[in-house]
Design a protein around this ligand. Structure first.
Ligand code: NAD
Ligand code: UD1
Length: 341
């Protein structure tokens, strides 16, 4: 059993990962400032696992409080770092807040880790670092493209900071996990995504439209160079994604890594269009989603999906939950939080 500190552990991906960590017998300390989550998520984690993880209501940018937390829970064997702001559009409006929380937050974390001799890190990156790749599926070797938003730029900068820190500290090991599009909820419907306000992401918008909270879904563009004209992404089940974190963490903890910094795509390897996503939801649930075609969304890319062979082999892991099943979990979660029978 290792002691794992999870920043942002009450958020969407963090909470699912905390569940998997507990189920793999790790001891978890959750650090979260609740800027985009609720403390009640702890109850959901408890309902699934029968374990209530330690919780510290701390902002990772507060170096003193974070350091006190490391002292209190010493020794911390590794950190999984989810805490960040993640809304692309908002990052254009509030770049300073995004750079502060995402980049300065990482710097504070690394500094505190150094002070406490904690040398193992798993970091949440994003496929956004690839922009629109010229070759698909996109491999980890694809060149990174200039970020189109401050959010995307924070992920590139954070990847660079971690790699530079590794160069300076031969004991430090990290994995940079580049997520494609995480969707769905835990099959128990005890935890899931809790978007604030009008969702930007496709699946929460689909489920809220199906629940009658939104009148209709707008499909952003049907004139892309894709088989049905709508944009294509690689949608990965959040529980599969969470499991990859445990696999990646265990490699680091067992000193089993090939290099001090392992970079992995976490996706399914299959591209799915927006229209196919709507139809998959309808097929999974029997609920119709009213939609109309709207202009392309500014900043959107046309199509991307992952090459998964490296991650599959390295982590001995595969994201293989069928889309229909994932859609059912998303709908069950939406129904639960809206009180729909
Ligand atoms: P989320 O907003 O649900 O979770 C982030 C959590 O971090 C929240 O609980 C929030 O309260 C907390 N947090 C934010 N700033 C903090 C701070 N300064 N101190 C302490 N806690 C703080 O987001 P998520 O979808 O779970 O994403 C987790 C990570 O994965 C983020 O780094 C995000 O950029 C990255 N990521 C997400 C996606 C996605 O589609 N959800 C895709 C690629 C990468
Ligand atoms: C966006 C971010 C990405 C981030 C990811 C997860 C951009 C450019 N990229 O990715 O950095 O990692 O979210 O948070 O914003 N769509 C509709 N109608 C809707 C909502 C979405 O048609 O109401 C379409 C989009 O145009 C896109 C697809 O659905 O083609 C997926 O959208 P979304 O869930 O927002 O994810 P990304 O745009 O891939």
């Amino acid at each position: 059993m290792a002691h794992i500190l999870v920043t942002g552990g009450l958020g969407y991906i963090g909470s699912h990962t905390v569940v998997e960590l507990i189920q793999h017998k790790h001891s978890v300390i959750v650090v979260d400032n609740l800027s985009n989550s609720e403390q009640s998520v702890l109850q959901g984690i408890y309902d699934i696992t029968g374990v209530l993880p330690a919780f510290e209501h701390i902002d990772i940018c507060n170096k003193q409080e974070l350091s006190n937390c490391f002292t209190k829970h010493s020794p911390i064997d590794a950190v999984i770092h989810f805490a960040a702001y993640k809304a692309v559009g908002e990052s254009v409006q509030k770049p300073l807040e995004y750079y502060t929380n995402n980049v300065y937050g990482l710097l504070v974390l690394l500094d505190v880790m150094r002070a406490h001799n904690c040398n193992n890190l798993v970091f949440s990156s994003s496929c956004t670092v690839y922009g629109q790749p010229t070759e698909l599926p996109v491999t980890e070797q694809a060149p990174l493209q200039k970020a189109t938003s401050p959010y995307g730029n924070t992920k590139q900068i954070c990847e660079d900071i971690i790699q530079d820190y590794i160069t300076s500290n031969p004991l430090f090991k990290a994995s940079l996990l580049r997520y494609f599009n995480p969707i769905g909820a835990h099959p128990s419907a005890c935890i899931g995504e809790l978007p604030k306000g009008i969702p930007n992401n496709l699946v929460p918008f689909i489920t809220q439209t199906a629940a009658g909270i939104r009148k209709e879904l707008q499909v952003f563009g049907n004139d892309y160079n894709t088989p049905d004209g709508s944009a294509i992404r690689d949608y990965i089940y959040v529980v599969d994604l969470a499991k990859a974190h445990v696999a990646s963490l265990n490699r680091i903890l067992n000193n089993n890594v090939n290099k001090a910094c392992e970079i992995c795509n976490l996706g399914t390897g299959t591209g799915v269009s927006v229209l196919e996503m709507i139809h998959a939801f309808e097929q999974a649930t029997g609920v119709t989603v009213p939609y109309s075609i709207a202009p392309r969304r500014a900043g959107d890319i046309e199509q991307v999906w992952a090459s998964t062979s490296y991650a599959n082999k390295l982590l001995n892991w595969k994201a293989d939950t069928p889309l229909i099943e994932i859609m059912r979990t998303a709908w069950n979660w939406e129904k639960k939080i809206r009180g729909i029978q």
